[in-house]
Structure formats: structure tokens, C-alpha cells
Design a protein around this ligand. Structure first.
Ligand code: ADP
Length: 600
């Protein structure tokens, strides 16, 4: 800007002198021209105070340096008025002239001067506007920056507030989590307690339900062996069959309750796969014949002979599936098939399938039949019986073995139920089979079920008179056991609890003991443990049965608790065998034969 000012005033190289020259030049060239100085707010500065044009120009220069200004050129009447308003109207130089153009045209110096003045004023104005803009910008920036600072401050405050709130919230959350964790722990503990109670209840129910069933089945069996009229026989058989169905149902409900309580654990041990399938086939052979069905089984010959798994539960699955196939098929084929899907050094993956050519299951019912208490259609119960529990248990058991059951079926064409599971190969030395087989002899385990109406094999009673001490607190069962033992060629004495049993061992000789587990005063486990202690001590001579024996007294546990765990507890207490209630006559006879052959 200064360059421009210099440029404008370059005409007046010697400063004030030339400005004065300008004034006189103006007066000379434009005699008509009058110079008026306007002061602040457009008020006219009186001529007495009007200064030399040079002053005015200087003033103009000063004002335009710092203040606002504009220039205008307009025609008023027939006169050119050129005004330069400067610095907030504090100075307004007005040149009034007639025929200014001609004058300017005539006098190039004046024209240049005039134009330079106008140019200067314009530049001043622009400069001034720029300054103002700049100032405004600065002000705005100041405002923005103060707003910004305020915003930052506010933000910071907010941030602090939020942080504070966050801390509070975190604290609250922590305490809430802590209290909820506490509540959850408590709930968990009470759930665990409830679940413990539930499983105890299940165990007790199992005992309470099986004990009377034991009596009903046992006595109706014994009754059938007496002289009965045809009608009495029919009634007794009906009682026996109804009781057997009830037992199946009780077992199913208890199984399902156990599965749902997460209490059912698999009990893997080495077993012979082929024998298992063969046994299942044998179990249903006569039932198949009655409905003119053909029953087949196929076990992949490449499969290892012995594998490790829960044989009883696997049998339960197959029995359920084959039982259903037989129930819903007549004059057809039923096939049990076991194939090898995959095998490595440790494991073998097997596919079990039970196929029939029976009534089939319509597609819309196929999913539901795996739910408990569900049958394919409403008429099933009337026509075929059943409760709709079998497949629910079966599929849960398969799940427990890490498999899943599948169904392929078409109405009136038949059904195939199949599942794939992986089992460990039995790579232990061969004697493990003996070990696993040993205690099982003569034992009826949880998975051993008899379907209603299943024919019983008739065994010949064992002759001879083994002396048995039967320890049992329930009077009905005492009577039943006595009769069963008598039928099996044994002579039985009864003790009402463990303490009584020990007393009787003092004065009598017994070949073996049938020991109930759950009894008042002294239970079967405690009594057996005591017997083993006595055998190992000199006190045994006080006991007629224990004194001078070649081998330890054979003690067989007898309990309504049918779980593997119960069996294990019996062996842990020192028992030699294990029978579950209801006592199955064939198993009792097999046990007695075994004892006899070992000459205990
Ligand atoms: P149920 O005790 O009623 O047989 P399940 O759970 O074993 O209970 O079976 C449920 C239903 O599934 C049966 O009632 C029957 O309608 C149908 N079902 C099961 N297996 C077969 C089969 N092999 N053929 C035709 N229907 C079957």
C-alpha cells in the first residue's frame, strides 16, 4: 500500500510545496471549483476552518490510512461532483466543478493528479475494507476461538463429569455384579441342593417303587407254579404282565428323570459287540415269530470283537428300537445292522441301524416322536399301547454317547432308525474281559429290562440244599426270598438287619449270604465290611460260619438300587456278587449254580 501512496504522491516530489501547487493549480484550472470540507457526521466544516487543499489531502491520507472510506462520482444537476468520504465521515473532500472532463482533458498533469487521487482513495478504501474485513475476521476468529475454547472447556468439564459418572457407574456396576454373583452363587447352591435332593429322591423312589414290584412279580411268578384253575392262572398271568409293564414304565420314568437331572452317567467297560447284538436278537426271537416277522442281524465282520462302551445303555437303545419295530410291523422284516464307518488306532466309529417294513411314520410326525409322551398319532396307544417315552430316552442316551439319532421313514413302507457313535477300542490285554465279566455273573443291571409279555426261559431248579442266610427287613420280601430260594433248592434263614445277621453267623453255618443293602440298625454294606474284618481277625472263631472256612464267605448284595454306582459300592464293601430287585428267578438260579460249582 505504501508503494501506491508513494506512487500517487510521486507527482509531488517536494511534499507540501507541491501540494500547495496542487491547490493553486486547482484554483487556477478550476476557478469555479469550491472546496468544502465536511467533518464528522457529514457536517460542513466552515470555510474559516477549511484548510489548505494540501492539508486536506494530507488529512485524507491520514484518515484513509486508518478509517473507513469510499469514493463516489456522480452527477448532480449539470455539475460533476466528486466526493471522497473518508474515515467514518470525518472528512469529505468534495470537488465541485463544471466541465471537469474538459479541464482534465486539457491538463494532463491535473488529470493524472486527479486520477491518482481517486485511485489512492479507492485503494485506501479497499485497503481499509481489507483491514476492516481483517478486523472482522480477527474478531470472528476471536469469537470462534473463544467459543472454541469455551467448547473445549465445556467438553473438558463434560469429560470430567462423564469420567466421574463412569467411575460411579463402574462402582455401581461392580457392586451390582458382586451382589448378582452372590445371588447367583446362592441360587446355584440351592439349585445344587435341589438337584441333590432330586437325585436322592430318585434313588429313594427307585427303591420304594421296586420293592413292592419285587413282591408282585415274584409272588405272581410263584403263584403260577402252584395248582391253579384256568381262570386263576389267567388272572395271575395278567397280574404278572401288568406288573412287568409297570416296571418298564417305572424304569423309563426314572431313566428320563435321571437324564433330565443330568444324573445319568455312562459306565464304559469292555464288551463283545457281536454278543450284544446277538442277545438282543435272541431276546425278541419268539416275539417276532408270534407276529410272523423275520428278525435279522448283521454285524460288520471287520469290526473289532471287543470295544469299550456302556453295554447296558447300548442294549437299552437297541431293545427300544427293535421293540418298536416289532410293535409296528407284522409279517415283515426287521434288521439290526452294525457297520464300521471309520476306524483309527484308538477308536472305531459305528453306525447302528434298526430297519423294519412296518407301518412307517408320516413325515409331519417324524420330529415329534422323539419328544417325550409323544406318539405318531392319537390312535397308537389304543392300538399298540406304549407311553411315548421310549424314543425320548433312546435319543437322549444316543446324545449322551455323542451321537444323534436319525429316522428315515415312509408311511406303510417302514422305518429305519440309525445313529453313529464312536467307541474306544479295547486294546488292553485279554484278561480285562474276564475282569469285567466276573462280577457281572448273575447280576441284573440297570439296563436289563424285560418288555411286557416277553417269554421267560424255564430253568430246571438246582437240586441239593445249600444253606443261605437272607438278610432283608421287608416282611413281604422275606417271604418271597424264602420261597424263591426254596424253589432253587436252598434252605433259607432270615435276618431282619445286619446286626441280626452277624448274630446268626455266630451260631449257624451258611453257604452264602443274600444281603439286602438298605436296612435299619446296620445296613448291608456295614454288615459285609464287618464280616470281612472278622474273617481277617482271630475273632472269626466266635462265628460258626466263619470259623475254619477254606475261602471267604460268599456275600451277594441284593438291592432295589439298580445303578452301576450302587453295584460298585457293594463290591467296595466286600461283596462277591450283586442282584437287583425284583429278583429274577433265572438270575438267582444262575447265581446259585455258580456258587455251587465253585464249592463255596
Ligand atoms: P411308545 O412307547 O409309544 O412306543 P416311543 O417313544 O418308543 O413310545 O415311540 C413313539 C411313537 O413313535 C410310537 O408311539 C409310534 O407312533 C412311533 N414309532 C416309533 N417307532 C416306530 C416304528 N418302528 N414304526 C412306526 N412307528 C414308530
Amino acid at each position: 500500500m505504501n508503494n501506491l501512496i508513494d506512487d500517487v504522491f510521486a507527482e509531488f516530489a517536494d511534499g507540501d510545496e507541491d501540494l500547495r501547487a496542487l491547490h493553486s493549480a486547482l484554483a487556477e484550472i478550476l476557478p469555479e471549483a469550491s472546496l468544502t470540507l465536511y467533518g464528522e457526521n457529514g457536517a460542513v466544516v466552515p470555510p474559516s476552518q477549511s484548510r489548505h487543499p494540501a492539508d486536506i489531502l494530507l488529512q485524507l491520507q491520514e484518515h484513509t490510512r486508518s478509517g473507513t472510506g469510499f469514493n463516489s462520482l456522480r452527477l448532480l444537476g449539470n455539475r460533476w461532483i466528486h466526493g471522497i468520504r473518508v474515515a467514518d465521515c470525518r472528512a469529505l473532500l468534495v470537488l465541485q466543478t463544471e466541465g471537469l472532463d474538459e479541464d482534465l482533458g486539457r491538463n494532463p498533469r491535473l488529470a493524472r493528479l486527479y486520477h491518482n487521487c481517486v485511485k489512492l482513495a479507492l485503494l485506501r478504501c479497499l485497503h481499509h475494507e481489507a483491514i476492516i474485513e481483517n478486523e472482522q475476521l480477527n474478531r470472528r476468529m476471536l469469537v470462534v476461538s473463544s467459543k472454541h475454547t469455551k467448547l473445549l472447556d465445556d467438553n473438558h468439564q463434560q469429560f470430567l463429569l462423564i469420567r466421574e459418572k463412569e467411575k460411579e457407574y463402574a462402582k455401581k456396576l461392580e457392586s451390582e455384579i458382586a451382589s448378582q454373583t452372590k445371588q447367583l452363587r446362592e441360587a446355584n447352591a440351592s439349585l445344587e441342593a435341589a438337584s441333590r435332593l432330586k437325585s436322592e429322591f430318585l434313588a429313594n423312589m427307585s427303591h420304594e417303587l421296586r420293592t413292592p414290584m419285587n413282591a408282585i412279580i415274584g409272588f405272581s411268578g410263584l403263584l403260577l407254579e402252584t395248582d391253579l384253575s384256568a381262570e386263576q392262572r389267567e388272572f395271575t398271568e395278567t397280574i404278572g404282565k401288568a406288573a412287568s409293564s409297570l416296571l418298564v414304565l417305572i424304569n423309563d420314568i426314572l431313566d428320563l428323570a435321571k437324564i433330565e437331572a443330568g444324573k445319568l452317567e455312562l459306565d464304559p467297560a469292555p464288551f463283545q459287540l457281536r454278543s450284544l447284538v446277538k442277545n438282543v436278537e435272541a431276546m425278541f426271537r419268539s416275539q417276532a415269530l408270534r407276529k410272523e416277522n423275520k428278525l435279522f442281524y448283521q454285524v460288520d465282520p471287520a469290526l473289532p470283537a471287543s470295544i469299550i462302551g456302556d453295554e447296558n445303555r447300548l442294549r437299552q437303545i437297541l431293545v427300544n428300537l427293535v421293540g418298536n419295530s416289532l410293535k409296528f410291523t407284522s409279517r415283515g422284516d426287521i434288521t439290526i445292522k452294525v457297520d464300521r464307518v471309520q476306524e483309527d488306532e484308538q477308536q472305531v466309529k459305528l453306525r447302528f441301524a434298526v430297519n423294519d417294513t412296518g407301518i412307517g411314520i408320516p413325515p409331519d410326525r417324524q420330529k415329534a416322536i422323539f419328544e417325550k409322551f409323544t406318539q405318531a398319532d392319537g390312535s397308537t396307544t389304543r392300538k399298540y399301547g406304549g407311553t411315548g417315552l421310549g424314543l425320548a430316552i433312546t435319543s437322549q442316551l444316543v446324545n449322551l454317547m455323542n451321537g444323534s439319532i436319525e429316522l428315515e421313514s415312509a408311511a406303510n413302507q417302514g422305518s429305519t432308525f440309525s445313529f453313529v457313535i464312536s467307541l474306544q477300542k479295547d486294546i488292553a490285554p485279554a484278561d480285562s474281559l474276564l475282569r469285567s465279566g466276573a462280577p457281572g455273573a448273575g447280576s441284573a443291571e440297570a439296563g436289563d429290562r424285560e418288555k411286557p409279555g416277553q417269554p421267560r426261559m424255564e430253568d430246571a431248579p438246582v437240586q441239593g440244599d445249600l444253606k443261605v442266610l437272607a438278610v432283608e427287613d421287608n416282611i413281604v420280601n422275606q417271604r418271597l426270598i424264602t420261597l424263591l430260594l426254596k424253589k432253587a433248592g436252598c434252605q433259607a434263614d432270615i435276618a431282619g438287619d445286619g446286626l441280626q445277621a452277624l448274630e446268626m453267623l455266630k451260631t449257624h453255618h451258611y453257604d452264602f449270604v443274600l444281603m439286602d443293602v438298605q436296612m435299619p440298625n446296620m445296613d448291608g454294606h456295614a454288615a459285609t465290611r464287618r464280616i470281612r474284618e472278622l474273617e481277617a481277625s482271630a475273632d472269626r472263631d466266635d462265628y460258626a460260619t466263619l470259623a475254619g472256612r477254606a475261602r471267604p464267605l460268599y456275600v451277594v448284595g441284593l438291592t432295589a438300587h439298580a445303578r452301576k454306582e450302587d453295584e460298585r459300592q457293594c463290591y467296595d464293601a466286600g461283596m462277591d456278587g450283586f442282584l437287583t430287585k425284583p429278583i429274577i428267578k433265572d438270575q438267582l438260579i444262575a447265581l446259585i449254580e455258580k456258587i455251587r460249582s465253585q464249592k463255596v
